[in-house]
Design a protein around this ligand. Sequence first.
Ligand SMILES: *[C@@H]1O[C@H](CO)[C@@H](O)[C@H](O)[C@H]1NC(C)=O
Ligand SMILES: *[C@@H]1O[C@H](CO)[C@@H](O)[C@H](O)[C@H]1NC(C)=O
Ligand SMILES: *[C@@H]1O[C@H](CO)[C@@H](O)[C@H](O)[C@H]1NC(C)=O
Length: 621
Amino acid sequence: MEWRVAAIISLWLIAGAYSFPSVSDSFENDLESQARLFLAEYDRQSSEKCFNAANANWNYATDIRDETEKIKLQKSLENSKFQKEAWKNITIQFKTRENFQDPVLVRTLKKIAIIGTSASALPEERLKEFKQLQNTMSKIYSTAKTCAYEDVTECNLSLDPDLTKIMKESRDEQQLRHAWKEWHDKVGVPIRQYYKPYVDFSNEIAKTNNFSDAGAFWLREYESETFKEEIEQLWQTLKPFYQQMHAYVRAKLRDTYGDQFTEDGLIPAHLLGNMWAQSWENIYSLVVPFPEKTSIDVTEQMKQQGYTPLKMFQVSDEFFTSLGLIPMPPEFWKESLLEKPNDREVVCHASAWDFCNRKDFRIKQCTVVTTKDLITVHHEMGHVQYYLQYKDQPLIFRRGANPGFHEAVGDTLALSVITPKHLKEIGLLDDSTPIDDYETSINFLLSMALEKIAFLPFGYLIDKYRWDIFDGTVEPSNYNAHWWKLRREYQGIKPPVERSEENFDAGAKYHVPADVEYLRYFVSKVIQFQFHRSLCLEAGQYDPEDPRKPLHNCDIYRSKAAGSKLAAGLAMGSSRPWPEAMKVMTGQDKMDASAIREYFKPLEDWLILQNAKLAQPPGWQ
Ligand SMILES: *[C@@H]1O[C@H](CO)[C@@H](O)[C@H](O)[C@H]1NC(C)=O
Ligand SMILES: *[C@@H]1O[C@H](CO)[C@@H](O)[C@H](O)[C@H]1NC(C)=O
Ligand SMILES: *[C@@H]1O[C@H](CO)[C@@H](O)[C@H](O)[C@H]1NC(C)=O
């Protein structure tokens, strides 16, 4: 503490002795110096609080017990309390902060002021009530059990792994319909009554922070007044491609489930291999364009070669370091949880952790040796790489340039890793497998599109739906009707069984009851292709003029040039508005769907021909 007093005095003297600005200027300058000191102290204390909260949260997530849960809650409340106090101090001491000369200072104070109030803007009693409500919804979601199709008196099926497995593997329409209905009824219906109160709380918090509603509050992180319009614009650009894919998949599914389709052109939501029809890679085998050609699934190879979860992370780390990026520190390898332990309950949902002390970074993932998990490993490692790159920023700027950036880093690298070229290079595809022929490329691109393109309308509508609720466009009496209106309009799907306002089908998707913003995933899907294109050009692995160097087969492995370009953007954290980070990484300062379209161009052309042949006009009523 002592150093602080001394520093204030000496700065005071310096200001007094060496500058002769007008009285008010000098007052502002003093205030700015004070603000700097305040921030240094804030950073120190906040990091400590943040570490304690992260640590307690980790201990809970890797060992679910009443005791660990209690400590987690306590540390989280301590952190909230501290942030609220900091916010109060800022509003009292630095009333004129928006007029400060130093823009970094203005930005920092602004961010802290919002963070400080977001969680704890409510009076203590109301805050407790709100947390209770969130807990209730989350608990309904995470503990729901459903009844089996074969025996409706056996009611202990969970979403994970039971229902997920059915949705993924079953091709029995009745069974799929049953699983879909069970999940949506057992989760959505009981959550419905809590949603309106949740919406009111969320809006109240937003208003305390001077935002019009909770949707606007979420959007603040994108720092653009026109972000909603930009997103809609992007979607409109991508929609024709989505519709081509939709039409092709619909035609193929008709071969398997003919009687489920009617003239409206909509696809029943239970037939797409996923509970929410949000990504369709699980029905690849039903829609594969050239079944006799290679498909990129290296699960068997990994198993044969004795891959372990640890090995998968080592392979990923090697990819990052081959670009000259930062290797995972020793603490990472020592403390991470990379496999599901069998001696305790853990939260298996994969996540990456920053302990706010510039030292501890971890991943928690119940990794299984599969191709899909190999991609997830890279996704999570991307988060940690971001943490490492911006670790020297002040705590408040140790965040993604916007939330979509954080989701995009690992995915960007995975776009290289998953190429047939790279899989060959690291020995996961047989050297003799032909990969450069047209049919294999189309197979590959379709498998990518089932994951990335199928997701786009879903990634958009989850938040569009909630924006409409938060701003009052949609009344509680229309919650479910509006959900299906958007699902129909954007995704072109329909419910497999009749729905009413008894139901609350949006509530059956994790992020809705869990109060997690979702637009980040849409943004990530778009910008990761911009990053990929830029890095591929930098690495000399993509040439728009050269058909032998297509974007979809570009691998930036070992390109230090690509790595340093990426690192330069990541290291900025959120210290600048995101278009600046994007400019550094891509030369563009806007989101732009042209990179996705370029990547998938051969597939889009193929789909258009195919749909014409199958007499499948894209679109629906
Ligand atoms: C807020 O100000 C008080 C009084 O100056 C101080 O004791 C406290 O540490 C400050 N807290 C934060 C979080 O800034
Ligand atoms: C569900 O319960 C039945 C009988 O009560 C039991 O045989 C079965 O193993 C249980 N399944 C799971 C996934 O716990
Ligand atoms: C919101 O605006 C009011 C009035 O301008 C102000 O008093 C209050 O401090 C602001 N709240 C926040 C969190 O900035």
